[in-house]
Design a protein around this ligand. Structure first.
Ligand code: XMP
Length: 517
């Protein structure tokens, strides 16, 4: 297992993911991790991430001396290399020449890390690597015991190695895909230098999780709020495999779900997999609670609050339920651990199946706590969930409640469901579904005039939204082909009585958010 110490780089998560993709388990911890915890973690190797700091600031973040005393290999990336150099007796100076973006480094001599890894060869016989750099400071003097590993014109020491101790520093970022040989370099570090094996595979991960869940819950009963989303679905499939009948899922049909969603969830879990699922038809209750409410934040709070109430009632009926399972995943864990500064303004109060435990006095079962989204998906497929379910776009907790602008009515929800279904169906047919990160329809409760045949129409408007994004924090609107949009628009207007106009949302995030409310 590999310990990634985070010095604040925007790429830290990427480092951990690349390590796991190479088949090795990794965890991210803050740079000032408690030395006792570090020892207890028992890493086979340590990676020091990059970071925004300079070793020349007043109190620069430094690695605990234990990092270099554990007797395991260490790889410093960017700032991680600079602090390594400074801490082990080398020199780091502010550079007059900032390097940012693409660069080529010359590999000098042979090191275990880079030997035979190159993109080009210079006439003098050096290996050349195409890499991604971003740094201000640079190492100007090697620490004792280190030799030069690679260089660029502006950073004569772009990489250094102490082969005896297995300490390596690189000024470039092997974790980003722009560094073409990055994968091989990391794999070399993990497998050959740290001696790690490829054990982090979906099959092993599942076996390990099953074992741990069984140990945790014993013969107690577990409840899971199933939403139809990826994370809770994977938890459901996993727990079913681990504890069978000791699991009961509660699926709340809020009346704000996508077309046929409730039936699909029941078909997959109850019918095909034999999972115990209680389906609660709460449409009336939600619609009643939302009557006359137009304010987005109030709508969110009402939906979240009622969700908890309904779930609570159902959970109360299940005997011997001591545990509540949740689909918490690793980025949620890192985010809540890392946000020491406190969150900025509340833009939207997000609602998840989470937020339940405090009132429910049950223990938590969170088997996906250590996994990234792509790992969760791979495990879902391995557990036999349908690929379309596992690779679905995200769907917000409040559902169509935030996609119907203003007051929510059943009539609106029914129209929206059908329009959304046409849009998604056509995206799949055109092989565009997987090319966009999220796509959906929005219901605008304004009426506009249209003409159809000889008749006048005065009906509602549907907005289509499709975005491309990596992390959902920023997004660009998807440039879907005009012919495709034309087809979807015609189908919606022709097939749905009550919609007379379709528009396409061309706002990026920021300033617009992905959802309209
Ligand atoms: P926004 O609209 O904030 O959305 O740009 C970013 C991502 O979050 C999803 N979203 C939610 N997910 N509960 C959720 O579980 C919520 O209350 C919620 N609100 C927005 C949204 O669909 C997008 O993927």
């Amino acid at each position: 297992r590999i310990l990634v110490l985070d010095f604040g780089s925007q790429y830290t998560q990427l480092i951990a993911r690349r390590v796991r993709e190479a088949g090795v388990y990794s965890e991210i911890h803050p740079w000032d991790m408690d030395p006792g915890a570090m020892r207890a973690f028992g890493p086979s190797g340590i990676i020091l991430s990059g970071g925004p700091e300079s070793v020349h600031t007043e109190a620069p973040p430094v690695a605990d001396p234990l990092v270099f005393e554990l007797g395991v290999p260490v790889l410093g990336i960017c700032y991680g290399m600079q602090t390594m150099a400074a801490q082990l007796g080398g020199r780091v100076e502010p550079s007059t020449h900032r390097e940012f973006g693409f660069a080529q480094v010359r590999a000098r001599g042979h090191t275990r890390l880079l030997t035979d890894i190159e993109d080009h060869t210079t006439p003098e016989g050096y290996g050349l690597l195409d890499v991604w750099m971003s740094h201000g400071d640079r190492v100007t003097e090697l620490p004792p015991g280190f030799k030069l590993m690679c260089s660029t014109d502006s950073a004569p020491i772009a990489g250094m190695a102490d082969e005896e101790r297995g300490f390596y520093g690189v000024q470039f970022h092997p974790e980003v895909t722009h560094t073409r040989q990055g994968k091989r370099i990391l794999s070399r570090f993990l497998h050959e230098i740290c001696g790690c094996e490829d054990l982090w595979t979906p099959g092993n991960i599942i076996d390990d999780m099953i074992h741990r869940v069984r140990e945790q819950v014993g013969s107690d009963h577990v409840i899971l709020g199933l939403s139809g989303g990826v994370d809770s679905s994977v938890v459901g499939a996993l727990l079913h495999k681990a504890i069978g009948d000791q699991l009961t899922c509660v699926f709340v049909d809020t009346g704000l779900l996508r077309l046929h969603e409730g039936d699909q969830v029941m078909a997959t879990f109850a019918r095909h997999m034999g999972v115990k699922v209680i389906r609660v038809d709460a449409e009336q209750r939600f619609l009643k609670a939302l009557e006359g409410v137009a304010d987005p934040e109030r709508k969110r709070k009402i939906i979240g609050g009622h969700f908890i109430e309904v779930f609570d009632e159902e959970a109360g009926k299940i005997a011997n339920a001591r545990w509540l399972a949740q689909g918490t995943i690793y980025p949620d864990v890192i985010e809540s651990a890392g946000s020491k500064t406190g969150k900025a303004q509340v833009i939207k109060s997000h609602h998840n199946v989470g937020g339940l435990p405090e009132q429910m006095k049950m223990g938590l079962v969170e088997p996906l706590r250590e996994l990234f989204k792509d790992e969760v998906r791979k495990i879902g497929v391995e557990l036999g969930l349908p690929t379309e379910m596992v690779y679905r776009h995200p769907f917000p907790g409040p559902g169509l409640g935030v996609r119907i602008l203003g007051e929510v009515k059943k009539e609106y929800a029914d129209l929206l469901r059908r329009a959304d279904d046409i849009f998604i169906d056509e995206l799949r047919r055109a092989d565009l579904y997987d090319q966009v990160s999220q796509a959906f329809a929005v219901f605008l409760p304004v009426r506009s005039v249209g003409v159809m045949g000889d008749g006048r129409r005065y009906d509602y408007v549907i907005a289509l939204r499709a975005v491309e994004t990596i992390d959902f924090m920023t997004a660009r609107w998807a440039h879907l082909p005009y012919e495709f949009l034309d087809l979807v628009s015609r189908r919606i207007i022709n097939e749905i009585d009550g919609i007379s106009r379709v528009t396409y949302d061309i706002s990026g995030k920021p300033p617009a958010t992905i959802e309209w409310e």
